[in-house]
Design a protein around this ligand. Structure first.
Ligand SMILES: Cc1cc2nc3c(=O)[nH]c(=O)nc-3n(C[C@H](O)[C@H](O)[C@H](O)COP(=O)(O)O)c2cc1C
Length: 169
């Protein structure tokens, strides 16, 4: 099921806490539209795009084994490889949802320029997982500084000036 509408309805009845949803990566436009139409029916304040891409397999050809042990080597793909998918999900949902639904972009962000790309796609904020795991908490200040330096060099004064402003080719 793309997104369990009944589960969302039940969560919305729990109280007045802000409601956000972490979404799986989607690949087809029909799925973006179907999920956006479900989200629009509920008071969802933010979505996070994307979760890791499930059930991927990486094989070490030298040992002839999967690189991780659990579940026969099937695991969630994240990091560099998924950035284009994360960007597309943010872009698609930014175009389909009203601005009152904020979007947290995540997937392959390890530099300020990566964060800038998510900003152009329409992210209101970004999340960092793999890079945090590799570099530790210092990554946050570094990425923030790199984003600031890059935007300043391009003549931007505010994040809002670039948010969602992906230029057409
Ligand atoms: C070590 C690790 C643990 C994660 N645990 C969770 C989790 O418990 N729940 C979840 O929704 N996503 C989890 N994720 C997925 C991340 O939140 C994120 O969506 C994904 O890794 C893509 O971001 P990245 O490319 O910056 O890693 C985890 C990712 C990593 C690397």
């Amino acid at each position: 099921m793309l997104l369990d509408s009944q589960a969302l309805a039940a969560i919305c009845q729990l109280g007045n806490k802000p409601i956000g949803i972490k979404l799986a990566p989607y690949f087809d436009m029909s799925h973006f539209i179907a999920v956006a139409n479900i989200i629009k029916k509920y008071p969802v304040q933010f979505i996070t795009c994307i979760n890791s891409i499930g059930n991927t397999l990486v094989i070490d050809p030298h040992t002839e084994q999967p690189i991780i042990k659990p579940r026969g080597g099937f695991g969630g793909l994240c990091g560099d490889d998924i950035k284009p998918i994360g960007l597309a999900n943010v872009r698609a949902f930014r175009q389909l949802l009203d601005d009152n639904v904020q979007i947290i972009g995540v997937g392959g962000i390890k530099t300020g320029i990566d964060a800038f790309e998510y900003l152009l796609a329409g992210a209101d904020a970004v999340q960092i997982a793999t890079c945090f795991e590799k570099q530790g908490p210092d990554c946050f200040a570094r990425i923030e500084q790199e984003l600031s330096d890059f935007m300043q060099a391009k003549g931007y004064r505010e994040l809002a000036d670039a948010k969602g402003k992906l230029k057409p080719l």
